[in-house]
Ligand binder design. Structure first.
Ligand SMILES: C[S@@+](CC[C@H](N)C(=O)[O-])C[C@H]1O[C@@H](n2cnc3c(N)ncnc32)[C@H](O)[C@@H]1O
Length: 297
């Protein structure tokens, strides 16, 4: 197995409400969710997969199915490809694929030596190594605080800054060693570079802003009664999703009571769905997954 799909049956069950409908899997990865969706759709149903990662795209082009097509783009651009209210369901299974961590040459893993890259789409933008070369100590520290909730952000950013002035940091293991050497809590179960690597990955891929931009497009594309299913892996992602779908207040005449002044476009039909103990026992990554499901009304 290249990548274990998380909350597979649960997410696809919520997503599919019309077997003849058109669906979007915004995070194709290695197609775990897409494959099950395609198995269940009727011959009139259709699935479009999207992934910004060129390797995921390559993988998907080998999948021969007349009811499927793949687009190599960021999910922020979904409104370029579909008409408003034409889609029955959209799935987001966020974050990295196991394949990113298993391939050292992609530069995501702190214990496998590879170029310090971390871009989902390694054909555009700049690698983490190039970004660090010109970053200030404060910029590095802010990223570690903001996206990694790393309490030793100041210490780590200082060590990275001093090191990169001497020599450009070009590999994943160079960076993880700098962090490990300075980290005060040596006996921790998780690797000291875990939070920092997560923070840099989120930053380099502009992950949080891309989720918001994509959800803004998604809410227009979904048909009435259709579903948006999200699987997040940390609280920063999950909070963005939760807050995005909170009913917004609009201006109504003063005599309408405040609690009736909500413009509700979506209802939350499932919140904080977690992987079962059985799933966690075969796929540890699923322990941090949080699924939410929203229906357009
Ligand atoms: C957790 S994996 C998805 C795994 C997939 N559900 C499966 O079962 O194989 C997340 C995927 O989303 C992709 N991705 C992340 N951010 C993206 C974005 N803004 N636009 C498009 N794809 C994105 C990553 O490249 C990665 O392949």
């Amino acid at each position: 197995m290249l990548h274990f799909p998380v909350l597979l049956e649960e997410s696809v069950d919520f997503l599919l409400n019309d077997l003849n409908g058109h669906y979007i899997d915004c995070t194709f990865g290695r197609g775990g969710h897409s494959m099950l969706i395609l198995e269940k759709l009727s011959k009139d149903g259709f699935l479009t997969g999207i992934d910004k990662d060129p390797d995921a795209y390559e993988y998907a082009t080998k999948l021969k199915n007349n009811n499927f097509k793949i687009i190599n783009d960021s999910f922020t651009n979904i409104d370029k490809y579909f008409k408003e209210e034409s889609i029955s369901g959209i799935l987001y299974d966020l974050g990295t694929c196991s394949t990113h961590l298993d391939q050292p040459e992609r530069g995501f893993s702190f214990n496998k030596e590879g170029p310090l890259d971390m871009r989902f789409n390694n054909k555009i933008g700049i690698s983490l190594s190039d970004w660090l070369e010109n970053a200030s100590e404060e910029e590095i520290r802010d990223i570690l605080y903001q996206y990694g909730d790393e309490k030793h952000a100041k210490l780590i950013s200082n060590a990275i800054f001093i090191s990169k002035i001497r020599n450009k940091i070009t590999t994943t293991t160079q960076l993880s060693k700098i962090i490990k050497d300075i980290y005060p809590e040596k006996d921790k179960k998780i690797h000291p570079a875990t939070k920092s690597f997560q923070a840099f990955r989120i930053f380099i891929n502009n992950e949080l802003e891309e989720i918001t931009r994509s959800l803004k497009a998604a809410e227009k594309l979904i048909k009435l009664g259709g579903f948006i299913v999200t699987i997040a892996f940390h609280s920063l992602e999950d909070n963005i999703i939760k807050n995005f779908f909170k009913p917004s207040l609009v201006s109504f005449p003063k005599d309408i009571p405040l609690n009736n002044q909500e413009e509700k476009k979506f209802v939350c039909v499932a919140k904080k769905v977690r992987a079962s103990k059985d799933e966690i026992s075969i796929n540890l990554r699923s322990r941090s997954a949080i699924m939410r499901v929203f229906q357009k009304i």
